[in-house]
Design a protein around this ligand. Structure first.
Ligand SMILES: [Mg+2]
Length: 262
């Protein structure tokens, strides 16, 4: 049974499985934004997907009739840039094995893609994958260059079924190099640290909303936030029974959130 949510001032929402499934909305987005405004809750969206840029997400929201500001979008590419900037505050040349969106995003953090003398290797879901690309990245990693990766999600759901996710490419590079990557996306802290910095409220007053227990709920819990599991995506009530830490609230749909705030 859900307890009322009191004193929530900010929210970090996952996208796929929470507000939409691919291109199919799961709620009335305009109404969602209106309700957040009415309850004076500052909010942003955070996804482990590193295949789209912030601009592409802003466009996707616009195509569904809503306006988000660029600061309201966090991707695992941004989390990777945030993590790299902590280790390399001045930026520098890196070797990227991932999507064009990852390369573009990291360039905004002053990390440019190179095949010569990189200071780090950064991997992600690589739509251009080939033996040559895997070989190049693996050889750099074996030479001792620090190895980073956007997120470990093994698969991602599509209308065709579960397709190879970033974790598939992570496994390939870790197997080839014998080195474990430093990871950026949820449940690791960088997305939540970056989100809390942007929202400007303490973790205890921030609600993390997501459809995956092992990324959204675990990450939110570790960050010290309140957590809400929505059942409109991956996780089911049956999954909850064998899971700890339990989310603070469980919702059929994200819009049910506001019933707990009246
Ligand atoms: Mg999701």
């Amino acid at each position: 049974m859900n307890q009322p949510l009191s004193n929530i001032k900010a929210a970090i929402l996952d996208m796929d499985g929470v507000i939409w499934k691919s291109h199919q909305p799961l709620c009335d987005l305009k109404l969602l934004f209106k309700e957040f405004k009415r309850h004076q809750i500052n909010f942003l969206f955070a996804t482990n997907n590193a295949m789209s840029t912030v601009e592409q997400y802003v466009e996707k929201f616009a195509s569904m009739g809503t306006v988000v500001e660029p600061w309201q979008i966090l991707t695992s590419s941004i989390a990777t840039g945030y993590m790299l900037a902590k280790d390399f505050p001045n930026g520098g040349p890196i070797h990227v094995m991932g999507s064009p969106a990852l390369e573009t995003t990291l360039a905004e953090y002053q990390f440019t893609n190179t095949d010569k003398d990189p200071i780090a290797v950064v991997g992600g879901l690589d739509p251009l994958t080939s033996y040559e690309r895997l070989k190049k990245a693996s050889l750099f990693i074996q030479s001792g260059i620090p190895f980073y990766f956007t997120n470990p999600d093994a698969t991602y759901p599509t209308p065709e079924g579960l397709c190879p996710g970033a974790g598939t490419f992570l496994a390939a590079l870790e197997t080839a190099s014998g080195v474990k990557a430093k990871l950026a996306g949820k449940p690791f802290p960088y997305v939540f640290e970056a989100g809390l910095e942007r929202l400007k409220f303490p973790a205890q007053q921030t609600l993390v909303i997501g459809d995956r227990l092992e990324t959204d709920i675990l990450g939110g819990y570790r960050a010290g936030c309140k957590t809400a599991l929505v059942l409109s995506g991956v996780a089911t009530r049956a999954d909850l029974e064998s899971w700890s830490p339990a989310p603070d609230v469980v919702l059929e749909n994200v819009m049910d959130l506001f019933d707990l705030m009246e």
